[in-house]
Design a binder for this molecule. Structure first.
Ligand code: 5MM
Length: 335
């Protein structure tokens, strides 16, 4: 078994998932200011260090995606953040794209940038201890979108990124996110997500990426957040599994969903149902940002010195999702 395959499987072993703590400074500022905490480098670190040193890191969090600022910061005990994460038994990872920018030729859509100079940046991150990386492409659903231009150019970028990452002995997380924003139905989400993922794999294969050494980070199949249609969790699970069975090659070891704006409870409940019905060989776990951090951030903002209390809130969410990643969660565990 290849080294990259081992890393991917270890990150997602025994119901473990990924903590997406890779918010860029702009996004983290929005999150912190949303709870009335000033967005300084110290505060960004303080909150993140509280999460990274929580006890659930050992049992639940197989990997943490960091942002460039954080991977270079030191913890309060003066060790580097990737060292802290490794000591907690988890794998440090890094977001390496530099964001989604306006797509020339289709200005209402986005293309993710960051390929120029990537090989050198990857070497630096590897030296800093990163074991895996992340790149996110975003697609919106409207009557005319996502366009072929957006589907093809983002797939191409995800594949070039993945090939460079594997060359540098790290596992690429491939994140094509079909956004929840919009009026579309779950059927449209299913069709567009299937098309987007299939194109990504065409390009990954063309670029000779070892599919056993990647993790796919897709959206679940949901109706748009402005749609009148409401579908059940059972339906979400059924459509999500159908989509992935039809579009993901069987060599891929693991799938870690993004939460994409679902509430913490919805993200856990849907993941649980997906796993209850999982009739594939893929490990199906989580790589959540908001759905792991929201309650902890809210709690922490009331008293930023309350480390133990904040960790308790985070530990609970991480444990619920790790149960869900094994299809063993129940609503009764929430209270
Ligand atoms: C943590 O949020 C990441 C995006 O941050 P920026 O927009 O600031 O770059 C994002 O890539 C995240 O990893 C995924 O979208 C999953 O996060 P959610 O909150 O959707 O689970």
């Amino acid at each position: 078994m290849s080294e990259l395959n081992n890393i991917a499987l270890k990150i997602l072993e025994k119901g473990k998932g990924i903590l997406a703590a890779d918010e860029s400074t702009g996004t983290m500022t929005t999150r912190l200011e949303g709870v009335n905490v000033p967005s300084t480098p110290q505060n960004r670190l303080l909150f993140r260090e509280i999460l990274f040193s929580s006890s659930s890191m050992r049992e639940c969090i197989g990997g943490v995606i960091l942002y460039d600022e954080t991977i270079k910061q030191e913890s309060s005990k003066k060790n580097k953040i990737p060292e802290l994460i490794s000591e907690m038994g988890s794998a440090p990872g890094i977001k390496v794209d530099i964001g989604a920018k306006v797509l020339a030729g289709s200005p209402d859509e986005k293309i993710t940038e960051g390929l120029d100079g990537l090989r050198d940046r990857l070497k630096e991150y590897f030296q800093l201890g990163a074991k895996f990386t992340k790149w996110r492409g975003v697609y919106n659903i409207t009557k005319n979108y996502p366009s072929q231009l957006s589907i093809q150019s983002n797939a191409h970028a995800l594949a070039r990124y993945s090939a460079l990452v594997q060359e540098c002995n790290m596992v690429p997380i491939v994140e094509p996110e079909v956004l929840m924003e919009g009026e579309h139905s779950a059927k449209e989400c299913f069709e567009k997500t299937s098309e987007v993922i299939k194109k990504c794999f065409d390009e990954l294969i063309l670029h000779k990426v070892d599919l056993k050494g990647i993790i796919l980070k897709p959206n679940m199949i949901l109706s748009g957040n402005k749609s009148k249609e409401k579908i059940s969790g059972e339906e979400v699970a059924k459509l999500t599994l159908k989509c992935l069975k039809n579009s993901v090659p069987t060599e891929v070891p693991g799938i870690a969903f993004l939460s994409g704006g679902q509430s913490e409870l919805e993200a856990t409940e849907n993941l649980n149902l997906i796993n209850k019905h999982n009739d594939t060989n893929f490990v199906m776990s989580y790589s959540y940002g908001r759905a792991l951090q929201q309650s902890a951030l809210k709690f922490w903002s009331k008293n930023t010195q309350n480390i133990v209390g904040t960790q308790k809130v985070f530990n609970h969410r991480a444990r619920m999702n790790t149960l869900a990643a094994q299809g063993r969660w129940s609503k009764d565990f929430e209270s």
